[in-house]
Design a protein around this ligand. Structure first.
Ligand SMILES: [Fe+2]
Ligand SMILES: [Fe+2]
Length: 243
């Protein structure tokens, strides 16, 4: 477990150490937080529970604010990057934002399902943001943003669990397990897509260096055998055919 934590620490230090990648990640997190806020605002419109409506509204406002904070910091960092630099590898599947990625169709889900989903998403976000905050000792402004957002995510994680237990006292554990399995499946799909992309790039690179050279050599040899200049072809005077 300690070894695993250490490896994750090294990995995330590498991911967040590159300023360009950090800037892109923050901009992407900004979009995800705002998207999440939009979904929760929609949930506030749809719910018939007045307490949940109030809490969803507070939550949506928090997520919009997080989006704004991430975007502002991402833009500040972008301005420090020299123009013309090649885009860094983003490693999005290794360092996701923690929530909002697993899109939920708010219209199709009852409050219990939404609360279970939100509880797990916020818990995951709180865990990830703790790691991201800890690997950024050299960037106090970004670290402070993670610190502040982490505080809100902890509140979101707690209120969603309390409300889930209130609206579904009998089945809230089952709801959480179902949401957990769904997130696990989506996580597997994300990992598989990321690995498929890496393997695809590797195989295409190998093909480029192993399969193309013999064809290039054959094409050059055939070109050398061709007589230089124009080649005369027999003239066809027939009016019935073109050749
Ligand atoms: Fe958030
Ligand atoms: Fe949140």
């Amino acid at each position: 477990m300690i070894f695993c934590k250490r490896v994750m620490g090294i990995l995330h230090r590498w991911i967040w150490g590159d300023v360009q990648r950090r800037a892109h990640k923050l901009l992407r997190f900004g979009e995800i937080e705002t998207d999440g806020g939009r979904d929760i605002l929609r949930a506030a419109e749809l719910t018939e529970d007045p307490l949940l409506r109030r809490l969803y509204l507070v939550h949506a406002i928090d997520e919009y604010r997080h989006g704004e904070m991430f975007r502002r910091r991402g833009s500040e960092l972008m301005r420090t990057i020299p123009a013309g630099l090649n885009p860094a590898f983003q490693a999005n599947w290794l360092a996701p934002s923690g929530h909002g990625v697993d899109d939920l169709r708010v219209e199709d889900e009852p409050d219990e399902a939404l609360l279970a989903f939100l509880h797990l998403a916020e818990k995951s976000a709180a865990g990830r943001f703790t790691v991201y905050r800890d690997v950024l000792p050299d960037d106090p402004p970004t670290r402070a943003i993670f610190e502040e957002i982490l505080h809100d995510e902890t509140f979101h994680m707690n209120y969603t669990f309390t409300q889930l237990a209130r609206v579904s006292p009998e089945r809230h554990r089952r709801r959480l397990w179902r949401a957990r399995l769904s997130r696990l499946w989506k996580g597997y799909l994300r990992l598989a897509t990321g690995l498929a992309g890496l393997f695809g790039a590797l195989i295409l690179t190998i093909q480029y260096f192993v399969l193309l050279p013999p064809f290039a050599w054959l094409a050059k040899r055939a070109a050398r055998r061709e007589a230089p200049g124009w080649t005369a072809v027999p003239r066809n005077d027939s009016l019935k055919t073109q050749y």
